[in-house]
Every structure is written in C-alpha cells, then in structure tokens.
Design a protein around this ligand. Structure first.
Ligand code: GAR
Length: 203
C-alpha cells in the first residue's frame, strides 16, 4: 500500500477518516505518520492513541520560516511517504517540503477553489452570500490554495447557517471526498502534467 503522512493543526477529523478508511486492508493507502505544527492538536492525540507515529515542528521554535520548513521536510522524508496530505494543516508549506515531494502533496480545502482560498474559507463564503460552497482536494504548489484541482463536491448554504454549522456540513462531504480522491490517486497514479514541480522551478 502507498505510504501517506498526514499534516494537521487541530481536530483532525479528516485524518481520522483516513485512518478509519485505511483500517480496511483493501484501501490502497496507509497512514504511516501524522505531523503537526501544534503540540496540542487533538488530531495528534488521536493518532497516538491509534499507535501511529507522530511528530511536531512548531514554527515559533525555529529561528525563521525557512528553518521550520527544512525541519518539516526532514521529518517527512524520514517517514518515506509516497504522498503527503495536508488535512486541516493551517500553515503554508515551504519550498523544502514541496521540492522533497514534487507533485506528491495534497491539500483539502473547505470551499470550491478558486473561490475563497485561505484560512477563513467558510466565513468568507457566508459573507459573500453564495448559495453553494463545497470542498476541494487539490495538489499543493507554492501558492495559497492555488494548485491543480483533483476533485470537488458542492454543499448548499442553508438560510440559517452559521460558520460552525456550515463547516461541519462541508467536513462531512470533505472527509468522503478526501478518502475517495486519495484512494483513486494512489491507484491511478498522476498524469505527467501534474508532476512537473521540480527543485529548479521558480517560487
Ligand atoms: C477542514 O475543513 C480543512 O479543509 C480546513 O480545516 C478543516 C480541518 O478539519 N483547512 C483549511 O481551512 C486550510 N486552509 P479537521 O481538523 O476536523 O480535520
């Protein structure tokens, strides 16, 4: 099975969905480690309880962002992942991580990208008054939620929605979308055009 390392910053319900899916030996990927930028992330505790290898690299404990990025790349490389999945990881990944795993880093986002990128996608969608938002799984490039989209699923905005309620409904869809998209991807492999990120490319 393909080796996957998950990065998260908080609750980790998306990661939990991957762990649950991978309990089925027929699922083509296994989660070999879970990493975070926050020692107290609930998702880390959940992974530890399940006996999964975990690691933490806190941005503020490094002299600068580049050093943190290199430390994260080293932690990841040590786990020899085929794929890295950013699932509720609330920091932008840097060039060290992205060049270590070209075209092999996925992110999941609670909006229909390119609409509402960034850390407040659900709030921004509500503020914009859209009637449909959703979830996106995409490949990560150097931008903020800008990489090639792999899969999307819509979620209607209901009249009485607040941010928490809408986000929960999106996450229900998002968990399924992530499990399915990652599964499809590791079986099918990537089209060559999606793997063109190299160390030489400008960032
Ligand atoms: C998910 O909706 C994920 O897409 C989002 O955080 C949530 C994490 O949920 N990520 C971002 O907004 C990144 N910009 P979880 O902690 O329950 O898995």
């Amino acid at each position: 099975r393909s080796r996957v390392v998950v990065l998260l910053s908080g609750t980790g319900s998306l990661c939990a969905a991957l762990l649950a899916a991978a309990d089925d030996p027929g699922y083509p990927a296994e989660v070999v480690a879970v990493g975070s930028d926050r020692a107290g992330a609930a998702g880390l505790a959940h992974a530890r309880e399940r006996g999964i290898d975990t690691f933490v690299q806190v941005l503020g404990e490094h002299p600068d962002r580049a050093a943190w990025d290199r430390a994260l790349a080293e932690e990841l490389t040590a786990r020899r992942p085929d794929w890295v999945v950013s699932a509720g990881f609330m920091k932008l990944l840097g060039p060290a991580v992205l060049s270590a795993f070209p075209g092999r880093v996925l992110n999941t986002h609670p909006a229909l990208l390119p609409a509402f990128p960034g850390a407040h996608a659900v709030r921004d969608a509500l503020a914009a008054g859209v009637t449909t938002t959703g979830a996106t799984v995409h490949l990560v490039d150097a931008g903020l939620d800008t990489g090639p989209v792999l899969a999307q699923r819509p979620v209607p905005v209901l009249p009485d929605d607040d941010e928490a309620r809408l986000h929960e409904r999106i996450k229900t869809v998002e968990r399924e979308l992530l499990v399915q998209t990652l599964g499809d991807l590791v079986v099918a492999g990537l089209p060559p055009t999606a793997t063109t990120t190299t160390e030489e490319s400008p960032r």
